[in-house]
Design a protein around this ligand. Structure first.
Ligand code: HEC
Length: 117
């Protein structure tokens, strides 16, 4: 039993594992992390941020003339502009509680991940 397990390990494991990627340094996990980004956050994680920071003016209904992004469909349509305005530092407008770094990181990851539901 022990012997057959060990044999199985050898066949499935060591000789084949490095495979065609063996040119890459084994410790180079950074490159792999870039190639396979983590799952983006779901809109459920973004909605409370938009509601708290933006909802007063971009809610449903929004202030007159402003875009409204209270739900996934409308927020996803504005995803690029939402993160752009947060990064410009003028949304929410001066005087209101700003988006925190952690909130900004979540929104950025959501936008970069294609603004999933
Ligand atoms: C106090 C009200 C208020 C809040 C809160 C607010 N905005 Fe705005 N927003 C405005 C006003 C007024 C404009 C139009 C003037 C301008 O573009 O600067 C605007 C414009 C925008 C636009 C430009 C729309 C376009 O046509 O491109 C975006 C995007 C935006 N806001 C995103 C946000 C985001 C994201 C938040 C929350 C992090 C937010 N806003 C919070 C008042 C607000």
């Amino acid at each position: 039993m022990l012997l057959s397990l060990a044999t199985g390990c050898l066949v499935e494991g060591d000789p084949l594992y490095p495979g065609p990627d063996s040119l890459q340094a084994p410790g180079d996990v950074g490159a792999e992390a870039d190639a396979t980004p983590e799952e983006p956050p779901a809109f459920a994680a973004i909605a409370p941020i938009l509601a708290a920071r933006c909802g007063a003016c971009h809610g449903d209904p929004p202030l007159s003339g402003l875009p409204s992004f209270p739900d996934h469909t409308r927020a996803a349509a504005f995803a690029d502009r939402i993160i752009a305005r947060i990064d410009q530092g003028n949304m929410p407008p001066v005087g209101l509680e700003p988006v925190t770094a952690a909130e900004r990181a979540l929104v950025a990851a959501w936008v970069a991940g294609g603004a999933p539901e």
